[in-house]
Design a binder for this molecule. Structure first.
Ligand code: ADP
Ligand code: MG
Length: 263
C-alpha cells in the first residue's frame, strides 16, 4: 500500500504541475528520513521549494516586461551624496505599502540627481514583490497612446496602462508635449488615479511650471496635479548632478595620481 502511494506521489505532483516538488521528492524524502523531519516539515520543505521557484519565475517575467532602460537598486544609491533626500521616506516606500494604497511618488529635481535611479529602484523592488511594473518616459507614453488612438484602440491601451501595479512615468517636462499628447498623458494619470493604482513620476519641472508640461494648458495641468498629488509622496531632490560630481572626482584623483610620482 505504502509503495503504491510512493509511486503515486510523483505522478500526482506532476499532474498538479508541481514540477519542482516532483524533482526534489526523492532527495527531500531521504533528507527527511536521515534527519527525522516531522511530516509537516517534509511537506513544508517541498512546497517551499515549489513556491520559491514560482516566485523567481514571476519576478523574471515582471522584469522582462518592465521596459526598464537599466536596473538600479536602492542599495546602489549613495544617500550620503544626496543629503536633500529624507531617507525615511525612501525606507517607507521600500515597504511597498504605497502600492496597496495607490499612493503616487513624485521625484522632482534638476538633471543627474538620481530621480530615474530611484524610480527604477522602486520598480525593481515592486517587481521583486511579485507585481507587474511598466516603465516609460512621458513622451513615449503619449506617443504610444496617440498611435493607439489612430488605430481606434485607445480604450484598450488605457486599460493596459492600468494593469501593472506600478507605472513609472519618467522625464515629465523635459519635452513640452503638444496638445493632443498632453491630453493623453492626462488621461493616463486620471485612469490610474480612478483605479487607485500607483504612479512613480520624475520631473525636472516644479509644480507651478507644469502648465508648460501640458502644452500651456494651466487647467489641465492643475487637474493632473490634483489627481497625482491627492495621495502622494513628493521628494524634492536638490544639489549638483551626480554624474558631474563623479567626473570632477575622477579628474581630481587622476590629477593626484599625476603628481604623486614627483613627490
Ligand atoms: P536624473 O534622473 O535625476 O537625471 P539619474 O537617476 O539618471 O538622474 O542619475 C544619473 C546617474 O547618476 C545614474 O547613473 C545614477 O545611477 C547615478 N546617481 C545619481 N545619484 C546617485 C547617488 N546618490 N548614488 C549613486 N548613484 C547616483
Ligand atoms: Mg532621469
Amino acid at each position: 500500500m505504502s509503495i503504491a502511494y510512493e509511486q503515486q506521489a510523483t505522478v500526482a505532483l506532476q499532474q498538479l504541475g508541481l514540477s519542482v516538488a516532483e524533482q526534489q521528492l526523492d532527495q527531500a524524502a531521504q533528507q527527511a528520513a536521515a534527519a527525522s523531519w516531522s511530516y509537516t516539515h517534509f511537506l513544508g520543505y517541498l512546497l517551499d521549494a515549489e513556491l520559491r521557484f514560482r516566485h523567481q519565475k514571476t519576478v523574471r517575467l515582471n522584469l522582462q516586461f518592465a521596459n526598464l532602460p537599466y536596473q538600479k537598486r536602492l542599495q546602489d544609491f549613495d544617500f550620503q551624496q544626496q543629503p536633500s533626500i529624507d531617507q525615511r521616506l525612501i525606507d517607507e516606500l521600500a515597504t511597498g505599502r504605497f502600492l496597496h494604497e495607490g499612493r503616487n511618488t513624485v521625484f522632482l529635481g534638476p538633471p543627474g540627481v538620481g530621480k530615474t535611479h530611484l524610480a527604477i529602484a522602486l520598480g525593481v523592488l515592486t517587481a521583486e514583490m511579485g507585481h507587474r511594473i511598466y516603465f516609460t518616459s512621458a513622451i513615449e507614453l503619449a506617443r504610444r497612446m496617440a498611435r493607439a488612438m489612430a488605430d481606434n484602440r485607445l480604450s484598450r491601451e488605457i486599460k493596459n496602462l492600468t494593469r501593472p501595479k506600478l507605472l513609472i512615468i519618467d522625464e515629465v517636462g523635459y519635452l513640452t508635449l503638444e496638445t493632443a499628447h498632453a491630453s493623453l498623458l492626462f488621461q493616463a494619470i486620471c485612469e490610474r488615479y480612478e483605479k487607485q493604482q500607483a504612479i512613480v513620476l520624475t520631473s525636472n519641472k516644479a509644480f507651478p511650471d507644469w502648465s508648460q508640461v501640458f502644452a500651456g494648458d494651466a487647467i489641465m495641468a492643475s487637474a493632473a496635479l490634483d489627481r497625482l498629488l491627492h495621495r502622494s509622496t513628493v521628494i524634492n531632490i536638490r544639489g549638483d548632478s551626480y554624474r558631474l560630481k563623479e567626473k570632477r572626482h575622477a579628474k581630481g584623483s587622476a590629477h593626484a595620481q599625476e603628481v604623486t610620482p614627483t613627490e
